[in-house]
Design a protein around this ligand. Structure first.
Ligand SMILES: C[S@@+](CC[C@H](N)C(=O)[O-])C[C@H]1O[C@@H](n2cnc3c(N)ncnc32)[C@H](O)[C@@H]1O
Length: 711
């Protein structure tokens, strides 16, 4: 592992990890554990919190403090309604009303003299460019397809007469979503990496990221993009079209109303909509309509597009994920270029989001973005192509000013540049300090690395490495986690020999941090009875048992509790496939576990808590726009209940490990501190802590504390 990679683990005082890898917190009772200070062992983020004179911070954004203000009153905005489109856009109302301008852009400035200061007031509850308020449940719960709400809470595009004919999705519902998955959504974002035994090949395995795209997020520039329609291929080389092309391009863009296009000599030169964009737009629509996970919708949509090339499929995947993770920022940008944002239909917005993403985050050439954007809108709403033409031209001009200010001076601009909701960015900054919050947001926009765990019950590690090697990928062993490898070239996961390793239970995909937590939860001494709470589909089950085999030469008797019966069934099947016979799934609400299991009867207990999943946003792009501050508090309450109940199950001398995959203190150290301040909690001493920070190429950000029951 690289230093950078290892550096992600930040353990506590004093004790580094083995060989410089994941460092764990030191043993011993913490100073201040009971008086509410941070738990021993766990070192808090060491990024300095902003002080009055620091640069980091939210600048209040008072009107008049400068900042980009969008269009002038009555300026900008689409004005050219077309005959036959109903009431034209631009008739009557000004393009922007002052209130919206002020809200969205007023503090996005680099000119004003005020330094950053720590966010400290309710005025900042406004979400950058969003109409939903912090605490507005409908924002987090309902508007998962993105911000569309109007002032009165109605969804945009559904108030008043529609501008365009509705074209509702009425095809077969190919997307397979479990009924009860909806229940899990808020609390269980982090385990769907484990849903398949054979992993999907991650999109980044086909290099599609343009250098400009990455530089927009401030990440290193990977390989140049590839795309497979002739115009776009030209654009993707990062070059402006040649003069001839440009001339032709103008002709190709056709008339403003999207009517017949004339090439040279008046010959129609239809622009062909790229299959990747069409698929991406469809994925976006389904994710919006069904409040679904993009990773679950994508394969079925791609499969439906018969004959789509692997490159187009990868491009579609990339755009769909990108649109999902930048959704609110895209909508803010689109609205800025629309005269009446609330009147635009949802499926037109889906198409515009694709173009907006390409313009803002892929640095796509305006010609390709406009041409393809018009075609995309035409494909979903033929009558809207005129509007699309105008709006997309405005967007391509406006994109040059993105993010409308200096991210070094305004948190709102920083949040916009990294495509984070403002409340989220503020919270990160308040908890981590500006530098770490910025690094965290940047890293959250990178592609997730792929790690595998070798299952010692079924496989010999050297042989597994050899198979990967032969198939074409080097494997980088983790410096600290036994059996964990970084797969350097994830395309190898498609190779039959490698797929066979997944199918026969020799390996599973699991982030390095998750593997580190499974190792932490498996204590040094022998274990006669292990209790797992929040077992899900059983990835930690498999990992813990693998560690037991490494340590004790055998699997350990384990009760694996989850409150969803279907997960217990899946877990049982997976455990069997991985050669584990000693697991008993139990369906129960673990907050009332003492009704089901005898207290003080387990040597080791792991609480793999349902959490906000904020440390896994590279894999779960929906999280940042669906999560609300209220949900974080709700989850913290559940996490505390689970931990307190789990503690009752631990034998004296046994261990209790509490784990999440989030970075919020409310769900991590504060839960542990609160528990340890209780009478019963006094019996637990912290042994080790893992707190991973996120780096672009490293593991996800997880948190875990292992405590020992001393009496
Ligand atoms: C982080 S996920 C578990 C991931 C799993 N350990 C794995 O590695 O695949 C948290 C799990 O906690 C479960 N859960 C949430 N609330 C629960 C409760 N009150 N009792 C039991 N399980 C619960 C969820 O169903 C979810 O499967």
């Amino acid at each position: 592992m690289t230093d950078q990679h290892q550096g992600g683990y930040r353990g506590a005082a004093g004790r580094g990890g083995n060989g410089g890898g994941p460092r764990r917190g030191g043993a011993g009772r913490p100073a201040g554990g009971r008086d509410g200070r941070s738990s021993g062992g766990y070192k808090k983020y060491d990024g300095k919190k902003p002080s009055g004179d620091s640069r980091g911070g939210y600048r209040g954004g008072k009107p008049g403090e400068g900042g980009y203000r969008g269009g002038k009153p009555n300026g900008g905005g689409y004005r050219g309604g077309k005959p036959g489109e109903g009431k034209p856009y631009g008739s009557g109302k000004p393009s922007y009303n002052g209130r919206r301008d002020d809200r969205d852009f007023r503090d996005g400035d680099s000119r004003g003299g005020k330094p950053y200061k720590k966010f400290d007031g309710p005025k900042s509850d406004r979400q950058g460019g969003y109409r939903g308020k912090l605490g507005d449940k409908s924002f987090g719960d309902k508007r998962q397809g993105g911000y569309r709400g109007s002032k009165d809470g109605a969804r945009g595009g559904q108030r008043g007469p529609k501008r365009f004919d509705g074209k509702k999705y009425d095809g077969p519902k190919k997307f397979d979503r479990r009924d009860d998955r909806r229940d899990d959504r808020r609390f269980e974002r982090r385990d769907d990496e484990h849903r398949t035994q054979t992993p999907a090949v991650p999109e980044r395995s086909v290099a599609m990221t343009s250098p400009r795209a990455s530089s927009r997020f401030g990440a290193p520039a990977p390989a140049p993009a590839v795309e497979h329609d002739a115009r776009s291929a030209r654009d993707d080389r990062g070059q402006r079209p040649r003069r001839d092309d440009r001339h032709q391009g103008d002709a190709r863009r056709g008339s403003r109303d999207g009517g017949p296009r004339g090439g040279r000599g008046g010959r129609p030169q239809p622009v062909k909509l790229s299959p990747g964009r069409a698929a991406a737009c469809e994925i976006g629509r389904i994710v919006r309509e069904r409040e679904a996970f993009v990773s679950e919708v994508t394969p079925s949509v791609i499969a439906k597009h018969e004959g789509i090339s692997p490159e187009d499929a990868a491009f579609a995947t990339k755009i769909a994920r990108g649109v999902t993770s930048t959704l609110g920022t895209l909508d803010e940008f689109i609205d800025r270029n629309l005269r009446s944002p609330e009147d635009i239909q949802d499926d037109v917005r889906d198409a515009l989001r694709v173009s907006a993403y390409e313009l803002l985050f892929l640095g796509k050439d305006a010609y390709a973005a406009v041409d393809q954007g018009v075609e995309l809108v035409r494909s979903v709403q033929p009558k809207a192509s005129g509007l699309a033409n105008s709006v997309l031209r405005k967007m391509s001009t406006s994109a040059k000013k993105f993010p409308y200010g200096n991210p070094d001076l305004s948190l709102q601009v920083l949040a916009r540049s990294q495509a984070f909701p403002l409340w989220f960015a503020k919270r990160l900054m308040n908890e981590m300090g500006l530098k770490q919050a910025t690094d965290f947001m940047r890293a959250s926009n990178a592609d997730a690395p792929v790690f595998i765990a070798v299952n010692p019950i079924k496989a010999d590690e050297a042989e597994v490495v050899e198979v990967f090697d032969q198939a074409g990928s080097l494997m980088e062993p983790s410096a600290t986690v036994p059996g964990c490898y970084l797969v350097k070239d994830a395309r190898v996961l498609r190779k039959p020999a490698v797929r066979a390793l997944f199918e026969n239970g020799s390996v599973c995909v699991s982030d390095e941090s998750a593997q580190a937590i499974a190792a932490l939860a498996c204590p040094e001494g022998d274990v006669e009875a292990f209790l797992e709470i929040g077992a899900g589909r059983g990835t930690k089950t498999i990992l813990v048992q693998g560690n037991a085999v490494r340590r004790f030469g055998r699997t350990v008797p384990m009760v694996s509790v989850d409150d969803h019966a279907f997960k217990g069934e899946l877990l049982a099947k997976r455990a069997a496939a991985y050669g584990i016979q000693s697991v008993r799934p139990l369906t129960a609400d673990a907050r009332k576990l003492s009704e089901k299991l005898p207290e003080a009867s387990f040597d080791a207990v792991l609480v793999d808590a349902p959490c906000s999943g904020a440390g896994t946003m590279r894999r779960h792009p929906e999280i940042r726009w669906r999560l609300t501050a209220e949900q974080i508090e709700e989850m913290a309450a559940i996490e505390y209940d689970l931990l307190a109940e789990a503690a009752k199950m631990v034998k004296p001398g046994g261990t209790l490990t509490y784990a999440t995959c989030t970075v919020f203190e409310a769900e991590n150290s504060q839960v542990v501190d609160r528990f340890r301040r209780t009478k019963f909690g006094e019996a637990f001493e912290i042994e080790e802590t893992i707190a991973t920070t996120l780096s672009a190429s490293g593991a996800d950000a997880h948190y875990a504390v292992r405590m020992k029951r001393v009496r």
